[in-house]
Design a protein around this ligand. Structure first.
Ligand SMILES: [Zn+2]
Length: 452
């Protein structure tokens, strides 16, 4: 695999890049004897016959070749700056600052959520997490690591001599005319350190509800729910299933001019216009519980609670929903029916749940197929671009409400909603495979077996 090699971009720059792309050929590096070249079954090898050096062919995939030729100017620049860092002693810190800027700007443009900087026995590897998956973008000589690690720690005001303890910090940079915050974690490893930078604001989450993958019918249901003046709306799913993005999408669709919308978040992930966002801050004794207990005095219309995590937060959420507020929150459960039992596990009273609960949205995220089908520059030659939600919406009607207060079994409730044409998350998945939005392997990975 090309990921195994440290590529020489100066060597590639000696060729016409478009020609390399058309011929599916990637010159990798030279040693004393050979020029190493990546080729695939679709390569036009006539270019190689003109070489004066001996050629050593390395068989890879076409997608790998095209990926390492994509964003060529940025790659060339980064490799140039890396070279400056280890050869130019006087201005090396400036070169490293430029290196970090170009690297992070690229990560942002690629919609990365995290940048992983890792050391191996003989190299420094840089991977980006995009749409939940890690992909290696760059590999440099190991000697770049010490300086990179030091400059990142300097930016966070951390002790640059400390390499044997985990550290964490933050810094911000103006990238693409926006102030971007980075959360940094460093961890000592066998070959050096693993440094992870989380981009606290990324482009991808600026989506509106209609872009998240809900069907037309589901969007209508959500819209009707959000028009209500009171009640509880829950978005459920495991960590990383896009619950927060859905909540933000709901808040953005509301009229914040005529309503007082308050959020309690830990931490605040994105800034929302005209919405009062409150951050939980344990250091300052501004606990989740303290905010919740005082929130109703803020005269809110809509309250978004980042997560219902215990009996206390559920009690307050239900209380607020019962007294004329629309409460939106998330819960860690697998499906809508399980959510009901979870509420009772947290000691919610059935008659209160029956009179407050309006809607449960249960969701997961799967990778969305790229329009190209086989790999292009936009999807980094992975054939997937972005993610889309799979979901089911459980709406509480008067019949379900009375079943909840009577404490009917999950099976009875399930039978009832099925008779009413309930579209389960599995049905949604099947539709999205049929419509070519995602693939069966993705659904299996995320949902397990498709059954029912
Ligand atoms: Zn593509």
């Amino acid at each position: 695999m090309l990921n195994d090699y440290i590529l020489d971009y100066n060597l590639m720059a000696q060729y016409d890049i478009q020609y390399l792309k058309d011929a599916n050929i990637l010159p990798l590096f030279d040693d004393k004897l050979y020029r190493y070249v990546g080729i695939c079954s679709q390569s036009d090898e006539s270019l190689l016959s003109a070489e004066s050096l001996l050629i050593k062919k390395i068989y890879v995939t076409k997608e790998e070749i095209l990926f390492y030729l994509s964003d060529f100017e940025i790659r060339l620049k980064l490799y140039g700056l890396a070279k400056e860092c280890y050869s130019n002693q006087i201005n090396s810190q400036e070169s490293m600052n430029n290196f970090i800027r170009v690297l992070l700007e690229h990560a942002l443009q690629k919609r990365s959520s995290d940048v992983h900087i890792e050391t191996t026995k003989d190299a420094l590897v840089i991977r980006f997490r995009i749409d939940g998956r890690l992909k290696q973008f760059f590999k440099f000589e190991l000697k770049l690591y010490l300086m990179l690690s030091s400059v990142i720690k300097l930016k966070c005001n951390l002790d640059i001599t400390q390499k044997r303890k985990p550290l964490d910090g933050r810094f911000s940079l103006i990238l693409s005319e926006k102030n971007i915050d980075f959360r940094v974690s460093t961890m000592p490893t066998m070959c050096g350190e693993s440094i992870v930078l989380r981009l606290l604001e990324s482009i991808k989450d600026k989506q509106s509800l209609s872009q998240l993958g809900f069907s037309k019918e589901q969007l209508t249901t959500i819209d009707n729910t959000l028009r209500q003046n009171n009640g509880l709306v829950l978005v459920t799913g495991p960590t990383g299933s896009g619950k927060t993005t859905t909540l933000y999408g709901m808040l953005k669709s509301m009229d914040a001019n005529s309503k007082k919308i308050v959020t309690i978040e830990d931490p605040i992930e994105y800034e929302l216009k005209n919405i009062q966002q409150i951050a939980v801050n344990q250091d300052l004794d501004v606990s989740f519980e303290l905010i919740l207990k005082n929130i109703l005095r803020q005269d809110p219309d809509v309250i978004m609670i980042g997560e219902i995590r215990d009996k206390v937060s559920l009690k307050i959420a239900l209380q607020a929903a019962l007294t004329g507020h629309l409460v939106l929150s998330t819960l860690h459960t697998n499906d809508s029916i399980e959510t009901l039992s979870r509420l009772f596990d947290l000691e919610a009273k059935p008659f209160i749940v029956a009179s407050t609960l309006k809607t449960i949205i249960s969701q997961r995220l799967v990778m969305r197929k790229c329009v190209c089908e086989t790999g292009c520059e936009m999807c980094n030659y992975t054939a997937f671009d972005g993610r889309v939600s799979l979901s089911e919406i459980f709406s509480v009607d008067s019949e379900i409400s009375s079943m909840i207060s009577k404490q009917s079994s999950s099976n009875e409730i399930l039978e009832y909603i099925k008779s009413k044409g309930f579209v389960s998350i599995y049905d949604d998945a099947k539709n999205k495979i049929k419509e070519n939005i995602t693939v069966a392997e993705e659904v299996y990975r995320v949902l397990g077996v498709i059954d029912e």
